[in-house]
Structures are given as structure tokens and as C-alpha cells.
Design a protein around this ligand. Structure first.
Ligand code: KG4
Ligand code: ZN
Length: 327
């Protein structure tokens, strides 16, 4: 029985897990607070984590019908993320663990996104290929055991979610950008603008999204006043370019590694066209695709608890000097 905390970015999250079963998974999104700035303001995020962390932990415990004393261990994201935001989670978890003399487990946020696939229903067992695309990271990971993953390729500049967030801001669509672009794209033509699909030839399994963002900036500038009326076409074409690069790398990863199963993780894995494209790709290759529910794709604490099951339990008081790390 694990109580997990996750505060690496702008969501304050806590969850209770009984093995691979999620008993509760509570998240308080600060998106509405950050929306007026068009992105996450680190200091504002830290302050809200401080206000929210205790009520969210209580909600997770009561939602699971459990008490803190009934936990076998506490788990927390220690890296990577916004340093001030991470520190709130790490220190809260230390305090909860120390007060009850329970062991603490440090979790890598990206391992959490991979480990979401280990959760019920239909847990995926290694080996598998994971495409993790979030606001801070975009990578292909080879997963051969529960406790680790190997980075096979990653973005050389912006993350996919970061590109979507920046595009949404440019198009006046609000924050977070991914869902806003997806909604706007429904009414648009994905072939209206031919945005570059970077790295689709060569470059192994690495990705790049900064050129795409620049292409959008120039397109909007050249359209001038017309841009406003072409917003759905711009959103649809931009989304198509992001999704098509992700799928191209997933395809190449599958061909290179002989993988028999795939999962998608990270906030961008909530994207409908990406999920549909991956479904089609995996069907055509005869490969199993595990699509985790959307609430386990975007940041959450259940995935941190899932990774923690395969991490090292550190006994009291050896974790008291633990620190958070931005990278
Ligand atoms: O994993 P996550 O919740 O937080 C980080 O670890 O960054 O990912 C957040 C990112 C944001 O960039 C957001 O715009 C994107 O995931 N995102 C989406 C969708 N939902 C969230 N991108 C595309 N389509 C979505 N439906
Ligand atoms: Zn994340």
C-alpha cells in the first residue's frame, strides 16, 4: 500500500495504490490560475502547491478509505521539474514519512509516465516501447524491466507539449495549449498548411519541434489579418505536423527494435489524433498498444506510485537529507 505525491509542475497530486490497483488518484490543476499568464509561473505554482498539498493528501487517503498509518511506504517525485514545485512535494512526503517512521521512495517523473502502463486494468509487462510526450520532455524509451527505462531518442530542443502550448498562445487559444489546439483543430483542415515535419528522414530516433514553432510564427505573420479567420486550419495543420513526427519516430523505433508492445505516456498522449494514429500503426504492425486512460497520461500521482513499487524503499531516517533536482 503506497501513498504517492507528485508536484513537479502545476498539478498538485496524491494517490493511494494497493499494488497495481489505484484506490484513489486526486489532482488539483492550477491551469486556470496560470492561464492568464499563458504558461506556468514557477513561483505561483510553488505557492499553490503549499496551499493544496495537505488537503489533496487527505482527499487521496479518504477517497481510498485508508489512513496514513495503513500505508507501507510513501513515494514522491524528486526530479525532474520546477525546483520550487518539487521541493513542496519532497518536503511534504518526508514529513509524512518521518512522522510515521515509514520508508520513502524517490521517483523520477519520467519513469512515472512510463510506469502508468503497469497499472490496472490490463497492466502492460516489459518489454515494450514507450513514447513519452509532455510539456517538458519528449522521448522514446525502451522498457525491458519494471525498474528502469533506456532513452532511445529524445527531442533536441522543445518538447512536443511545449510546442503545442507556444502555438496555442500565438493563436490566442489559451493554456494548456494541447487540448485547446485539439478542440480548435476539429473545425480545421490538417492539410491547409504544409508545416515541416522535422527529423522524419535520418536523425535516428531523436526529435525536434522548434522549427515547427518558427514556421507557425512566419505563417501567421505572412497571413496578417487573415490569420484570425484561418485559426482552425492553422491549429489542425500544426497538430498534424506534431502528431506526424511523433508517429514517424514511433514507427522507426518499432522497426529498429523488434518491440511487440507499445504504450504512450505524458500529457500529449491524451491527444485524440495521436491515439488514433498509434492505434492504426500498431494494428498494421500486429503490435499490442496499451493506451492508458487520459487521467493517467497527464501528470498524476498514481503513475508515481506505480514506479515506486519497483524503486528502492529507503528507511527512516536515511531520507531526511534528500533534495529535489530540476534535471
Ligand atoms: O505530462 P504533463 O501533464 O505535464 C508535464 O510533465 O509536462 O503534460 C502537459 C502537456 C502540456 O504541454 C499540454 O498542452 C499537453 O501535455 N497536453 C496535450 C493534450 N492534453 C495535454 N497535448 C495534446 N493534446 C491533448 N489533448
Ligand atoms: Zn509529466
Amino acid at each position: 500500500m503506497i501513498l504517492a505525491l507528485e508536484t513537479s509542475c502545476d498539478d498538485t497530486c496524491a494517490a493511494v495504490l494497493d499494488g497495481s490497483r489505484v484506490l484513489s488518484n486526486v489532482a488539483s490543476s492550477q491551469a486556470a490560475i496560470h492561464e492568464r499568464y499563458g504558461g506556468v509561473v514557477p513561483e505561483v505554482a510553488s505557492r499553490h502547491h503549499l496551499e493544496l498539498v495537505n488537503p489533496i493528501v487527505e482527499a487521496a487517503l479518504s477517497g481510498a478509505g485508508r489512513e496514513l498509518g495503513g500505508m507501507d511506504a510513501i513515494a514522491v517525485t524528486t526530479h525532474p521539474g520546477l525546483i520550487g514545485a518539487l521541493l513542496v512535494g519532497v518536503n511534504s512526503a518526508k514529513a509524512l514519512a518521518a512522522a510515521t517512521r515509514k520508508p520513502l521512495i524517490a521517483v523520477d517523473h519520467l519513469h512515472g509516465h512510463v510506469a502508468a502502463a503497469f497499472l490496472e486494468p490490463d497492466p502492460l509487462e516489459p518489454p515494450f516501447l514507450a513514447l513519452v510526450a509532455s510539456g517538458g520532455h519528449t522521448l522514446l524509451a525502451g522498457v525491458r524491466e519494471h525498474s528502469s527505462y533506456e532513452i532511445l531518442g529524445q527531442t533536441l530542443d522543445d518538447a512536443a507539449g511545449e510546442a503545442l502550448d507556444k502555438a496555442a498562445r500565438l493563436l490566442g487559444l489559451g493554456y494548456p495549449g494541447g487540448p485547446a489546439i485539439e478542440r480548435e483543430a476539429v473545425a480545421g483542415d490538417p492539410e491547409a498548411f504544409a508545416f515541416p515535419v522535422a527529423m522524419s528522414h535520418g536523425h535516428g530516433l531523436d526529435l525536434s519541434f522548434s522549427g515547427l514553432k518558427t514556421a507557425l510564427v512566419y505563417t501567421v505573420r505572412d497571413l496578417g489579418e487573415e490569420a484570425e479567420g484561418r485559426r482552425s486550419d492553422l491549429a489542425a495543420s500544426f497538430q498534424a505536423a506534431v502528431v506526424s513526427q511523433l508517429l514517424a519516430k514511433l514507427r522507426r523505433g518499432l522497426d529498429a527494435g523488434g518491440w511487440e508492445a507499445v504504450t504512450l505516456g505524458g500529457g500529449v498522449a491524451a491527444n485524440g489524433p495521436l491515439r488514433e494514429g498509434a492505434t492504426e500503426l500498431c494494428r498494421s504492425r500486429g503490435v499490442r498498444l496499451k493506451l492508458v486512460p487520459i487521467e493517467l497520461c497527464t501528470d498524476n500521482a498514481a503513475m508515481i506510485g506505480s514506479a515506486a513499487r519497483f524503486g528502492e524503499q529507503v528507511a527512516y531516517p536515511d531520507y531526511l537529507d534528500w533534495d529535489a533536482a530540476a534535471r
